[in-house]
Design a protein around this ligand. Sequence first.
Ligand code: NAP
Length: 246
Amino acid sequence: MGERRVAMVTGATRGIGKEIALELAQNGLDIAINYRSMQEGMEDLKKEIEAYGVRCEFVGADVANFEQCENMVKETVEKFGKIDILVNNAGITKDGLIMRMKKEDFEAVIDINLIGTFNVTRNVIPYMIKQKSGRIINVSSVVGVAGNAGQTNYSASKAGIIGFTKSLAKEVASRNILVNAIAPGFIDTDMTKVLSDNVKEGINAQIPLRRMGNPKEVAKVVKFLASEDSSYITGQVINIDGGMVM
Ligand code: NAP
């Protein structure tokens, strides 16, 4: 292979994003790690990635802020020369039943999860169009496919990502840019650590494989969607959920 491909992963300081960054690095890609806030262990993550013989740089931006995303993408292209793969992973939850949900909590989730996906993609697309190639992988959720009580904001944002993915896939296919979404089920990260053991047991009972997934199991699918092996797949939503939604 000639020059290395470059992947930008948003929200990659922990959880699923971090595992995606490690997995892509292990497969020989240079990595731009987007972060919103500096975290303990970030330098260790950089060292771990560089140990695979690839380059790793941190690029800061709150994905909900368009200007910050514009600057982040410029900075990444200045540092690496290009972006081949974009993984829109940054996301939050602010759960609550509709009767108690504050407008701010609805907006915050849409702003980060859905508009954040637009903000980064909108700034990366011109470079991909120019280089006539690219891969975009958006992190949705099974909740965006099937809904979940207490998550109207989150599932609206994740369903929005699916519509965004399909429309963009149609728009840029002729430019050799493939756009897909993944829909993880319940994955063991900080996001789900907040759930009580009772709730977790209830969830596991609804999963045919009877367990939560781990971030590595998500990262492996992203690796596939970023690779040549998925060259004829675009506009798809791939569930990674132990059979929870079928
Ligand atoms: P997590 O452990 O809570 O990590 C979320 C990451 O997103 C953190 O690095 C966080 O950075 C970053 N982030 C949040 N808001 C951001 C912003 N405005 N700008 C930039 N970065 C931001 O969550 P996770 O479980 O790994 O989730 C990753 C993605 O998978 C999310 O999109 C989530 O919705 C989706 N997902 C998760 C599950 C699950 O069961 N865990 C299931 C389906 C889908 P900070 O540390 O600065 O907050």
